[in-house]
Ligand binder design. Structure first.
Ligand SMILES: [Cu+2]
Length: 180
């Protein structure tokens, strides 16, 4: 048997990749708000969020010129009326992160001048992932998207890191079992 050595090192490699990909399953994604544009006037944040999937444990990072903007987390009323008079949290440091710790909807606006009504507002729907916490009854804004294990290619071509890692895990598991 000359392939025994190759087989065992292949098996070890498979297990190593399995461990790495499952570690990725557990860590959240950091979303840079507006990508390279950052938190700024003239960016369509509705279009930005449409290309993102937010799950509990993910992080939102706002990058902005602290001399021109701030970031204020508000409730839905503050979001719809562009009012920062009852902030949940207000930051002015130019690089602010918010952890999306639970499912539900979060609202962020710029509190400077009329920037909010000119587009600097962001609504983020955090939906429970299929493998993590149970669905939250507190989510009132929008129903969670249906999660189907057979529908990995969704229409926007977005495969969340968690789903991608889960697919890799499953694939490696199959390969690994085949080697035993
Ligand atoms: Cu601003």
């Amino acid at each position: 048997m000359t392939d025994g050595k190759w087989s065992s090192s292949y098996k070890a490699l498979s297990l190593l990749l399995l461990v790495i990909s499952c570690a990725l399953c557990a860590s959240g994604t950091t979303h840079i708000v507006g990508d390279s544009s950052g938190w700024e006037l003239g960016v369509n944040y509705d279009a930005w969020t449409a290309n993102q999937t937010f799950v509990p444990g993910d992080v939102l990072e706002f990058r902005y010129n602290r001399l021109q903007h701030d970031v204020v987390e508000v409730n839905s009323d503050g979001y719809s009326s562009c009012s920062s008079s009852s902030p949940i949290r207000q930051e002015t440091d130019g690089n602010t992160t918010f952890t999306l710790s639970a499912a539900g909807t979060r609202y962020f606006i710029c509190g400077i001048s009329n920037h909010c009504s000119n587009g600097m507002r962001l609504q983020v729907d955090v939906t429970a992932s299929s493998t993590a916490s149970p669905p939250s009854p507190a989510s009132t804004a929008s129903p969670p998207p249906p999660v189907s294990p057979t529908n990995n290619e969704n229409k926007a071509g977005i495969l969340s890191p968690v789903h991608a890692a889960a697919v890799v895990c499953a694939g490696l598991l199959v390969v690994g079992l085949g080697m035993f």
